[in-house]
Design a protein around this ligand. Structure first.
Ligand SMILES: Nc1ncnc2c1ncn2[C@@H]1O[C@H](COP(=O)(O)OP(=O)(O)O)[C@@H](O)[C@H]1O
Ligand SMILES: [Mg+2]
Length: 342
């Protein structure tokens, strides 16, 4: 049983995060004339009805092209941005029910690793100060231990000798080391959930696998659960246990990573996978990514949102929205013709 200052107690639920019909719509900036002549407000439907569970101890991936709504979903799940609709339960607790103070305390258990370590670190703060920030916020009564806890965390992420790096500044270290600082800063409060949003996309190719392996090790050592966001299916293959494929604000397919990669049921998933280099040439799929850009999320296409780019689209696809169906245990897909690929 965990406690927040006696205000809130929660147990260790098997489903760490439960997301139901989550939406995040941004109002479109309009000019004064638009407002006068148009009665309807327009919205960018960045996330438009997304549901998934994250099981304790797993790495759940969200993948899809840029603009599909992955970052917005992650931020809405952690309530870094206020959702337009839908519920998120963390350890069984509806995050909407929390007052701002309690939500702030909950952040100890939900931390974030962003894509760009240079942008997320304060250039005027030493690495030690940056990493120990969460301790100051969440454990102000234990100031005398902060330095030692920070050293220990720095050693765990490979910033050694910790005493040497503690007083350095972000511009004095390499990009890979900066990402280690960001990881240490996220883990120092011993959270349950880490939102990792494209955590290696900016890193040098030579250190990407090292950082992924480090994140895997730390997950096991510290009993973490990851919501791992990436546009790159090869990266996802390296670290994710289950995956959801996003397209234009929706999840089109979801399941165990191995199952989705070997038996993709949605044409969008097949197209994404066709672009990924595979170790086994027999596994290669010849379904290229269809032409065209990801459409505008202000007015998503009718019926199935993917139909204008889909190679197997039929008449029904522009008319009716496909329902999400569980075609194999734990493998969900929203495509009218998914059964043909079973
Ligand atoms: N703060 C915002 N205001 C308006 N539109 C936004 C905002 N954040 C994201 N969007 C739009 O929402 C859509 C999804 O963006 P995002 O969640 O960043 O996708 P991804 O992370 O998959 O690239 C995009 O069309 C993006 O332009
Ligand atoms: Mg993003």
């Amino acid at each position: 049983m965990k406690e927040l200052d006696g205000r809130l107690k929660f147990t260790q639920e098997e489903t760490l995060v439960e997301v139901r019909d989550l939406k995040k719509w941004y109002p479109v900036q309009t000019t004064f004339l638009d407002k006068v002549f148009s009665s309807q407000r327009q919205f960018i439907r960045a996330v438009d009805g997304v549901s998934f569970d994250i099981h304790r101890g797993e790495v759940f991936g969200l993948a899809g092209e840029s603009g599909s709504g992955k970052t917005t979903t992650g931020r809405a799940v952690l309530r870094l941005t206020e959702p337009t609709a839908g519920t998120v339960r963390f350890n069984g607790i509806d995050l909407r029910s929390l007052d701002p103070d309690t939500l702030r305390e909950m952040r100890r258990w939900m931390q974030v690793i962003f894509q760009d370590p240079m942008a997320s670190l304060n250039p005027r703060m030493s690495l030690g100060e940056s990493i120990s920030q969460g301790l100051k916020i969440h454990f102000p009564e234990r100031t005398s231990d902060h330095r030692e806890i920070t050293f220990e965390m720095m050693r765990m992420v490979g910033l050694t000798p910790a005493e040497f790096y503690y007083s350095k500044f972000p511009h004095q270290i390499s990009g890979g080391q900066r990402q280690r600082v960001v990881i240490a800063r996220a883990l120092v409060t011993r959270p349950d959930l880490i939102l990792a949003d494209e955590p290696i996309a900016m890193a040098d190719v030579s250190v990407r696998v090292l950082l992924l392996d480090l994140m895997k090790e730390l997950k096991d050592e510290l009993d973490l659960t990851y919501l791992f966001i990436t546009h790159d299916l090869a990266t996802a293959r390296h670290i994710c246990d289950r995956i959801g494929i996003m397209y234009l604000g929706r999840i089109v397919e979801i399941g165990e990573l191995k199952e989705v990669y070997t038996h993709p049921l949605h044409p969008y998933t097949r197209a994404l996978l066709a672009a990924v280099p595979v170790p086994d040439p027999h596994e290669r799929r010849n379904e290229p990514m269809p032409e065209g850009e990801i459409p505008n999320p202000i007015n998503p296409p009718s019926g199935c949102r993917f139909h204008p780019r889909c190679l197997i689209a039929q008449e029904i696809c522009s008319k009716a929205e496909p329902l999400e169906r569980e075609l194999k245990p734990g493998h969900f897909v929203a495509c009218h013709f998914a059964e043909d690929y079973l």
